[in-house]
Design a protein around this ligand. Structure first.
Ligand code: I3P
Length: 314
C-alpha cells in the first residue's frame, strides 16, 4: 500500500541551497540526527523551513500565527504536549521561532511519524479568499493529475490549474481526512526507510495496516502511543487554548526508538487561529462553513480507536 522513498529525496544538509521559502507554511516531521548535527532529514512538509539551533533546539522559519500559538500554549494545560518554545532568533537576516528538538531524548535512529489532524486542512478564510480572488495553481494541478489523471474537471483541464482549496478538499476526500478526521502524512522507520505515499490511505483497514507497519507490530510501542494519546485527549478536553482556537493543518508527531520509549506531541500551528470571542467549537461537530469546527477530536477519537483495535483484546 505505502510506497517507499529513498532518503536522498528528502534529506537536506544545513548548508544546501533551500529550494522553497515560505513565511508561514506548516512543516512537519523533521528530525536531526544528533550524532551528525549537520545532517538533516525531513520526511514531509515544506523544504527549507528548519535549521538546527544550539543546545538541542530547532529553528523554524518565523510565522507570527505560530508564535502566538506557542506563547499561549506555554501558559496552557497543553504545554507538556508541545515542544517548549524559546522565542525568536535571527540567522542570516531571517527570523526563526526557536523550540525544543523533540528527538533529543531518543536513541538513534528514532522512528517518527506525522499525522495531520482534523477533518479540514484549510482555513475558512482561505475559502473566502479563493472566491473573492481565485488564483488557480498549475503546480497543484500537476500534483493532482500525477495521482489521478481523471480528477480535474473539464474547466481545470482547460486551465491546467486548480484552486488551492479545491486541491486541499480533493486531498482530504482521497485520504482518511474526510472519513476519519486525520491522515498519515509520512513516517520513517528504524531502518531509515521513509514512507510518504499515503495520499490514498483512506479506510480504517488501510490506516491500521500503515500504523502496524510503523510500529512493526510491536504491541508495547502501540500501547505506549495509545496511553499518551488518551492522556492528550483528556488534556485537550480541558484546555482553554483548545476551546478557543480553530486548529487546522496541525500534526501529531509520534516518536519511538529501540528501547521502547514513545512520545507524541502536537506540532505545526501556522494555520491555527483564535476564534472570535462569541464562538466556541467542540472539535467533534461536523464542519459547515461558518461554524469553524475542525474535527480534531473526532480524528483523535478515531485514531485512539484504531490503535486500540491493533492490541490484543482483553
Ligand atoms: C501540500 C499540503 C500542505 C500545504 C501545501 C500543499 O499538498 O496540503 O499542507 O501547505 O500548500 O501543496 P501535498 O501534501 O499534496 O503536497 P499549507 O498547509 O501550508 O497550506 P502550498 O503548496 O501552498 O504550500
Amino acid at each position: 500500500m505505502s510506497g517507499t522513498q529513498q532518503m536522498s529525496t528528502v534529506m537536506f544538509y544545513e548548508n544546501s541551497a533551500w529550494k522553497k521559502h515560505k513565511s508561514c507554511g506548516t512543516s512537519s516531521l523533521l528530525a536531526m540526527t544528533p550524532k551528525k548535527p549537520q545532517q538533516w532529514l525531513q520526511v514531509v512538509g515544506h523544504a527549507g523551513s528548519f535549521r538546527v539551533g544550539d543546545y538541542g533546539t530547532l529553528l523554524k522559519r518565523f510565522c507570527e500565527e505560530e508564535q502566538q500559538c506557542y506563547l499561549r500554549l506555554m501558559e496552557d494545560a497543553l504545554r507538556p504536549f508541545v515542544p517548549a518554545y524559546h522565542g525568536v532568533v535571527q540567522q542570516d537576516e531571517q527570523d526563526y521561532n526557536m523550540m525544543d528538538n523533540l528527538l533529543t531524548h531518543f536513541n538513534t535512529p528514532a522512528c517518527i511519524m506525522d499525522c495531520k489532524m482534523g477533518s479540514r486542512t484549510y482555513r475558512e478564510e482561505e475559502l473566502l479568499l479563493a472566491r473573492e480572488r481565485p488564483q488557480p495553481r498549475n503546480d497543484m494541478y500537476e500534483k493532482m493529475v500525477a495521482v489521478d489523471p481523471e480528477a480535474p474537471t473539464v474547466q481545470e483541464q482547460a486551465q491546467q490549474a486548480v484552486l488551492k482549496t479545491r486541491y486541499m478538499q480533493w486531498r482530504e476526500s482521497l485520504s482518511s481526512t474526510t472519513t476519519l478526521g486525520f491522515r498519515i502524512e509520512g513516517f520513517r522507520k528504524a531502518n531509515e526507510e521513509c514512507h510518504t505515499n499515503f495520499k490514498r490511505t483512506k479506510s480504517r483497514e488501510q490506516v491500521m495496516e500503515a500504523l502496524n507497519n510503523f510500529v512493526e507490530s510491536n504491541t508495547h510501542i502501540a500501547c505506549g502511543y495509545l496511553r499518551r494519546l488518551k492522556q492528550l485527549r483528556q488534556v485537550l478536553e480541558a484546555s482553554d487554548f483548545f476551546r478557543t482556537h480553530e486548529v487546522v493543518g496541525s500534526s501529531l508527531l509520534f516518536v519511538h526508538d529501540w528501547t521502547g520509549r514513545t512520545g507524541v506531541w502536537m506540532i505545526d500551528f501556522g494555520k491555527t487561529v483564535a476564534l472570535p470571542p462569541h464562538l466556541t467549537v467542540d472539535h467533534r461537530t461536523p464542519w459547515v462553513e461558518g461554524n469553524r469546527e475542525d474535527g480534531y477530536l473526532w480524528g483523535l477519537d478515531n485514531l485512539i480507536d484504531i490503535l486500540g483495535n491493533m492490541l490484543p483484546q482483553t
